[in-house]
Design a protein around this ligand. Sequence first.
Ligand code: ADP
Ligand code: ASP
Ligand code: MG
Length: 414
Amino acid sequence: MGIVVQKYGGTSVGTIERIQAVAKRVAETRAAGHQLVVVVSAIAGETNRLIGLGQAMSKTPADREMDVLVASGEQVSSALLSLALNEIGVPAASLLAHQVRILTDTKHARARIQSIDATRMRELLDAGTVAVIAGFQGVDKDGNITTLGRGGTDTTAVAVAAALNADVCEIFTDVDGVYTTDPNVCSSARKVPRISYEEMLELASLGAKVLQIRSVELGMKFGVPIHVRSSFSAVEGTMVVKEEEALESVVVSGVACNKREAKVTIQGVPDHPGAVAAIFEPLADSNISVDMIIQNVSKEGTTDITFTVNGEDLVAAERVATEVSKAGGAGGVLVDDGIAKISVVGLGMRSHAGVAAKMFRLLAAEGINIEAISTSEIKVSCLIRERYSELAVRVLHEGFELGKKPSTLPPGLA
Ligand code: ADP
Ligand code: ASP
Ligand code: MG
């Protein structure tokens, strides 16, 4: 009998009725002969509400206490779903992260899972009980509650599936699969039946929040089949699979947009060896991940250095940049959170030239200015004004003809 892990996101458990609908689906899966572990998010909006409460209490809330606060959302939904299952005659027990033992490092609000003890879950499964795990939370070696970053329940689910060697990890959400771009932004977005881990990883890291990045990384590392599908219908969703199993051979497979990025510029940095290291070392020490970096041509011995960070890190990044600027004799710091990063992704870019040029032309035709560019083997990203982000998504989606179903060639002929 195979093990199935099902994850239900915030909207899927958004109301009492929806939790009851989830219970029904869980009961059906169990009746079909599967052993079942369910991982739940907090009720939609709850995590934001809890963050708001913490911020109302303190301008600089301690990360440790914020994790205790926000982790409570998943505690509530895991108990409610267990109650709903019991009501319809399905034995179920909720488990919080410390009860499973989902061990993480100590980085509050962005902790990484180090190990999962499958013993307690297996005992429940062997007794015919559905294990309902509170997503998003972990516990560190000292017993402190940690959380895995926004959207972290996806990661809990894939990690649990890996620990149990499950047949599949089903991610139930409010869209019925992975699309060529956010279907809530672009009406011609097309659902893809299969997508490779590599492309999904890029899309996730570039702003497609349908899966948290770390969940895709873990899925790829441990070979967990991930099925993204709708909570509200029974239609097949999207399978995230190994590259060679992905059906579509296209140059560009998706467009993603991240509005949460912010830009920091340090002006007049003395241009000598070690100056750049002196900026980015303290940022790294403060756990701030930097995305794009642009260094201008030096004029009269000084240069401007611009970098982007996640919007959540902007306050901390500005503080560090200001300190570094003063210490290094630079001219001052400018911040800008009115930007968005728009990206096109596709495995086919490895062998096809011209994608970047086409992207620049499509944006130019709409009068959208590009403020920075970065590329990798399978993506091109441009920084633009945030107010143009949705227009840019639609223009690129249309320009690269992503709404059209590509011809599927046999492997090797693509
Ligand atoms: P959940 O609460 O179930 O975890 P999320 O809101 O985190 O759901 O993720 C689902 C949302 O991801 C969708 O409602 C959609 O707006 C967004 N999204 C962004 N890019 C894509 C994409 N390429 N395909 C599907 N959904 C996407
Ligand atoms: N509740 C958390 C969040 O809103 C985790 C999740 O939903 O995956 O980010
Ligand atoms: Mg999510």
